[in-house]
Design a protein around this ligand. Sequence first.
Ligand code: HEM
Length: 176
Amino acid sequence: MELYTTVTDAITYYTGLSPAAFFTISAMMVLVYKFVSGMFVAADDYMAVKREQQFTLREPVQIGSITEDELRPYDGSDPNKPLLMAIKGKIYDVSRSRMFYGPGGPYALFAGRDASRALALMSFEPSDLTGNIDGLSASELEVLEDWEAKFEEKYVKVGQLVSERTSVVEDETKVD
Ligand code: HEM
């Protein structure tokens, strides 16, 4: 009991607050601290995320001419492969935007694909995940051109899609 009185006296002496007010304010400070710190990622988690990103983020490597089927495995499911995506047959390394195109990302469906038609139509339909842009209107083609310009500026072009890997001569006429 004597200890209790000493503590409450000390609180009043040093803080000028009644013990009840002191404990209420302390409790509120703890709650605010918990709430605010809960809005941030724990330092350990942050470092783990950073390490993982460093592990996967490598300099873009030229991949040359590949087919749409060969592009498919570059969808981010294998952390040892770059994340690739194509627009109008041109393949871009989008590994730096893993948060968009990596597994679980909002645009993961575009990874490992030529997404020209989907981007032109602003569509998430699986049937639009193709490089086939036949029958698009002028304004849809313009939308696609805007995407192409954005990708040219932001990402490194690492190759081009070809219909058959073996027919190199025919392939070259199809690029661009
Ligand atoms: C509700 C509609 C949508 C919202 C609110 C939205 C929002 C966003 C935001 C905030 C970004 C990040 C921009 C940046 O930081 O550079 C983004 C990026 C992107 N959006 Fe959307 N978006 C929407 C619909 C779509 C649709 C329909 C498509 C295509 C089918 C699309 C394709 C993309 C792509 C490809 C990127 C990434 C571009 C890059 O690599 O920098 N979005 N979107």
